[in-house]
Design a protein around this ligand. Structure first.
Ligand SMILES: *Cc1c(COP(=O)(O)O)cnc(C)c1O
Length: 471
């Protein structure tokens, strides 16, 4: 028996505390801060279907996790099959087929760079933040094991985001999430973001990236010997507002980390698995020299979110053989004693294997390139809107800023909640457009079709008109 939506809403609010939410906004019936609560009954491809039967286009892929649509039958079947065989087993001292096969597959498709030893070991965790913790702890511990205990610091980028646990939060720089907890966080050195939105007038994205890399170089020259690792989100700072940078920056960072003996951690938790046009964003770094090959290879690669196609929580940290070897010893203290109860869960690994199989059978990357082209064409007219600034795109991610005058300089007063107004306006029209502040973006499941993209474009325009018309 399906309760009606209102009844469900009160049952929910009686017992649930929702993530990343000022719960009071759910109790308001009107005003700029009102946040609707939408009970969902089921998913169907790019659609979410409400308990009242209303359909919503999931234009944010359910927090960037979903790849091929909701309830994708092949992934569902793989999980069901695995559940009938082995649902979970301790991964310390034990092994199982999905964990081994998935590690083999991930290492085979991971970013590669000529002249650099490939990523060759996989450590599992059970969500993105936990994966980031693993990478940070590994980097720090590796240098200790090598007899370099002075390397205790991390470098991260301004406006970066790496998750919510205290270690991940310490290397993040989105004030809304970080500021309150700052007294609890380990010290981190922040380098300027290469974000092309911050380019000075007349400066190209490549020049902006060069300038940020020069600042990073200066930081490394001062502190290089105290730093164990640099962590960044390649190509798109997602939670920081889908801010994008020139891929040249990735090449410069790789070279600077090498020059200073600092490990490079690529956090591809959000951008991995085809979001930005290539399987991994690191692949888009330009060649080091003319005639060279594109793409950089990090020392540690963090994957999660789309790893299971969006079905189950799982993270994987890929490491080089050199990092792995640094922990091989007679001493247990020199081992990486990190674990999570559900490390390498068989169901999640089976989902990830099914998801990777779809990349091959459905030629997903080629399909995404065509879809990205349609997204570009449908988004282009929005750039002329008087309240839209900086329409930008990286593959299946399109984003733009809502501003007072359509230029880059004058944001709306945050108290107006323009982004939230746009969210409600889009929701009423059957589209989930969950803005980051006043930044709207499209990051739909890869199965999104032409009619759905047209609906997305129409509703986005209507939502912007409504959100900005009353301020
Ligand atoms: C979402 C995200 C994380 C954290 O992953 P969770 O599974 O939410 O803990 C880390 N890094 C990036 C880049 C992310 O987008």
């Amino acid at each position: 028996m399906i309760a009606d939506a209102d009844d469900w809403r009160s049952r929910d609010l009686a017992v649930l505390w929702h993530p990343c939410t000022q719960m009071r906004e759910h109790y308001l019936d009107s005003g700029p801060d009102t946040l609707p609560l939408v009970p969902i009954e089921r998913g169907d491809g790019a659609w979410l279907v409400g308990r009242d039967g209303r359909r919503y286009l999931d234009a944010v892929s359910s927090w960037w996790t979903n790849l091929f649509g909701h309830a994708e039958p092949r992934i569902g079947a793989a999980i069901a099959k695995q559940a009938g065989r082995l649902e979970q087993v301790i991964l310390a001292g034990f092994s199982h087929q999905p964990a081994v096969e998935l590690a083999e597959r991930l290492l085979a498709i991971a970013p590669r760079e000529a002249g650099r030893a490939a990523l060759s070991k996989v450590f599992y965790a059970d969500n993105g933040s936990a994966g980031v913790e693993v990478a940070l702890k590994m980097a720090f511990h590796w240098f200790r094991n090598r007899g370099e205990p002075r390397r205790t610091k991390f470098i991260a980028l301004e406006n970066g985001y790496h998750g919510e646990t205290l270690g991940a939060l310490a290397v993040g720089d989105v004030p809304l999430y970080r500021r309150v907890y700052a007294p609890l966080l380990a010290e981190c050195l922040f380098a300027p973001s290469p974000d092309a939105y911050l380019a000075a007038p007349g400066q190209s994205p490549a020049q902006c990236a060069q300038r940020a890399a020069d600042a990073l170089q200066a930081l490394l020259e001062r502190h290089g010997g105290e730093v164990c690792a640099l962590i960044l989100e390649p190509l798109v700072q997602c939670a920081g507002g889908m801010r994008m940078h020139d891929p040249l920056y990735l090449r410069r960072v790789r070279e600077l980390c090498d020059a200073h003996g600092v490990l490079l951690i690529a956090d591809e938790i959000a951008v991995g698995f085809g979001r930005t046009g290539s399987l991994f964003a690191c692949e888009q770094a330009p060649p080091a020299r003319q005639g060279g090959l594109p793409g950089i290879q990090p020392d540690l690669l963090c994957l999660s979110k789309g790893l299971t196609g969006g079905f189950l929580p799982l993270a994987a940290v890929l490491a080089t053989q050199a990092i792995y070897d640094g922990f091989l010893d007679d001493s247990r203290e020199r081992a990486f004693l990190h674990s999570h109860s559900y490390t390498g869960n068989p169901l999640a690994c089976a989902a990830a294997l099914a998801s990777l199989a779809i990349f091959e059978s459905d030629q997903v990357l080629a399909h995404n390139r065509a879809t990205a082209g349609r997204m570009a064409a449908l988004a282009a007219p929005l750039a002329a809107h008087r309240h839209v600034a900086d329409l930008r795109q990286a593959g299946m991610v399109v984003a733009f800023e809502l501003t007072r005058d359509g230029d880059r300089r004058t944001p709306f007063d945050p108290a107006l909640r323009v982004g939230l107004r746009a969210y409600r306006a889009a929701l009423e029209r059957g589209v989930v457009l969950r803005p980051l502040g006043d930044i709207l973006y499209w990051m739909p499941p890869y199965c999104v079709d032409e009619a759905q993209l047209q609906l997305l474009a129409e509703v986005t325009r209507a939502a912007i008109d409504e959100a900005t018309g009353c301020v």
